[in-house]
Design a protein around this ligand. Structure first.
Ligand SMILES: CC(C)(COP(=O)(O)OP(=O)(O)OC[C@H]1O[C@@H](n2cnc3c(N)ncnc32)[C@H](O)[C@@H]1OP(=O)(O)O)[C@@H](O)C(=O)NCCC(=O)NCCS
Length: 167
């Protein structure tokens, strides 16, 4: 398995992968692929990594800037993250996320941290924690987590990029 940045010729396969990964998920909205396209079109897909095996795309993770209290200030959102159904549970998602978090800090020397909306049991292994000071709408706090890179964590309301409103 290899991890690398997406290339233009990967875009259609990334779409198919995301659709397949979220298809059976009760919390999936079937808009996850459109979100990634919208982020890319808006220039907000700050980091898009794929995992490949024998030349096939089997995993993908996206990162985009988030706003806290209306300002983008070095915080990013992780997601969506997708692993092909027949390859799930083999560490590919974890490898993509760890690589992405490391690369975020290379891309933005002033990166402050990352937030994620999802299962806390999965994301806590990367150091994500629930923080009552950092809120995301009406989402129960345990499902919204943050990972600070610097020790300085702002308080306030987090807003994902408008690309997440893609339908
Ligand atoms: C979630 C997902 C990206 C994880 O990637 P993966 O390669 O399958 O998972 P990994 O092998 O890295 O990690 C395995 C661990 O994750 C857990 N896990 C797998 N899918 C999970 C899910 N949907 N929610 C929570 N935990 C999950 C496994 O139980 C396992 O836990 P353990 O290590 O404590 O035994 C992948 O399963 C996927 O694409 N799911 C469908 C899309 C999705 O739900 N994306 C995330 C939305 S927040």
């Amino acid at each position: 398995m290899q991890i690398r940045l997406e290339r233009p010729e990967d875009i259609a396969a990334i779409q198919s992968l995301i659709t397949a990964a979220f298809k059976e998920m009760p919390y999936g909205s079937q808009t996850e692929g459109a979100v990634v396209d919208a982020l890319r079109s808006a220039g907000a897909l700050i980091l898009s990594l794929i995992a490949t095996e024998d030349g096939e795309i089997i995993g993908h993770v996206a990162f985009s800037p988030v706003a806290i209290n209306g300002a983008t200030n070095g915080w990013y959102g992780l997601g969506p993250v997708s692993v092909r159904p027949d390859r799930q549970g083999r560490g590919i998602g974890q490898a993509l996320i760890r690589e992405g978090l490391a690369r975020l800090r290379d891309i933005d020397m002033n990166a402050q941290g990352c937030v994620v909306l999802g299962d806390p049991g999965y994301y806590s292994r990367f150091g994500f924690v629930s923080d009552p000071g950092l809120r995301y709408g009406d989402v129960p706090p345990e499902y919204f987590q943050r990972l600070g890179f610097t020790g300085i964590v702002p308080e306030g309301e987090v807003v994902f990029h408008p690309g997440f409103d893609a339908t």
